[in-house]
Design a binder for this molecule. Structure first.
Ligand code: TXA
Ligand code: MG
Length: 339
């Protein structure tokens, strides 16, 4: 048995209890769902969520789906009548609903990529449901594959690429659907189909009426693959000034500083440090919460110190560049992005 395959374990009561402890301790556990295998971490723990992005090697932060054991447990988001109807009709199952966060919301802002919404679903898989119960926490889980690779539908697929990154891979056999969940955005007045998936569009429309399809990405490499495209991303209201050199930084009047590393310059109207130790995982975990905290009308802008373009630093810089680009450019960049 190789070191990799030894991470694969059967979902015995003992292993499920251990997996729940791993999640509560902030470690990652790969688990089966009826759609694809998920790379799971505690959705309320910023560091665990940062570890998910790190393991996936995503160049940017895409918001993640949060899994709950039942509709009742999904209290951190607000259900309206449409959401209740869809949850009633399709949960547990391959339908993900994008719903407004209910503040104060225990779900990590990094899960939402800074947005006011969270994508939630109740998976129809015994092992996933038992893991959720053992963990006692909502579990954020993208498909358990490195960014850009094919989604895994067996435990062996997961072990091939992510064994080093997870505490455990729960083996639930082959996924019955083998295709990601359908993502429907209910955060606005009109329901929108963000990603086609395991539940058919017609089935959903039969329950709540027509779904709008967001404008597809223009230009670029067609055709667009299935992962949901996202028009909206959190962008601060205040202007961002990037790559502010700590040695020569001249604070502008009323400007706040988003710092990184041990020696932030003085003289700013306010300062928050993503990671005094210069740890990119810590910086990613703090990023959206600190950006929001500084995005206050009492400041004139936000200066940002340089972030190394390595590991999660690349994802932080990607988001900073989008947030500082003129709106039209940012929108175009979003349109080219895939989940
Ligand atoms: O079947 C599935 O959905 C699998 C299993 C593990 O549950 N999970 C999955 O997650 O495919 P992921 O992270 O690979 O895909 C999440 C999709 C992306 O297309 C993302 O853009 C969209 O959901 N999404 C997540 N949160 C969102 C939000 N707040 N607003 C809009 N779209 C969101
Ligand atoms: Mg995926």
């Amino acid at each position: 048995m190789t070191a990799q395959s030894s991470k694969i374990v059967p979902p015995t009561p003992g292993n499920l209890a251990a997996a729940g402890r791993h999640i509560r301790a902030g470690r990652l556990v790969a688990f089966p769902t009826e759609t694809v295998y998920g790379l799971g971490g505690d959705a309320t723990n910023d560091r665990a969520v940062a570890a998910i992005f790190e393991a996936k090697g995503r160049p940017g932060f895409n918001p993640l789906i949060v899994h709950f054991p039942d509709r009742h447990a999904a209290a951190p988001v607000r259900f309206d009548a449409r959401a209740n109807t869809l949850a009633e009709a399709f949960w547990p199952g391959a339908l993900t609903l994008v719903l407004p966060r209910r503040e104060p919301c225990p779900i990590s802002l990094l899960v939402s990529a800074g947005l006011e919404t969270v994508a939630v679903r109740v998976p129809a898989h015994e092992v996933a449901l038992r893991l959720l119960e053992e963990a006692g926490r909502p579990i954020a889980a993208p498909s358990a594959n490195p960014s850009g690779a094919v989604s895994p539908t067996t435990a062996a697929h997961v072990a091939e690429t992510l064994a080093e990154r997870v505490a455990m891979i729960l083996d639930g056999g082959r996924c019955a659907i083998g295709l990601e969940s359908t993502v429907v955005d209910l955060s606005g007045p009109e329901p929108r189909l963000l990603r086609p998936g395991g539940v058919g569009r017609e089935e959903i429309e039969a329950v709540i009426g027509p779904l709008r399809t967001p404008r597809p990405p223009q230009g670029r490499r067609a055709p667009v693959p299935s992962p949901g495209m996202l028009e909206r991303h959190y962008a601060p209201r205040l202007p961002l000034r990037l790559d502010v050199d700590p040695a020569s930084a001249q604070p502008r009047p009323g400007e706040a500083l988003l710092a990184f590393g041990p020696n932030p310059p003085a003289g700013f109207a306010a300062m928050m440090n993503l990671s005094p130790a210069g740890d990119l995982g810590e910086a990613a975990a703090n990023f959206f919460a600190m950006l929001r905290a500084l995005d206050e009308p009492r400041f004139s802008g936000i200066a940002v110190m340089p972030i190394p373009e390595a590991g999660l630093g690349a994802a932080i810089n990607d988001r900073l560049r989008r947030a500082s680009a003129p709106r039209s450019v940012a929108r175009e960049a979003e349109a080219g992005q895939i989940g």
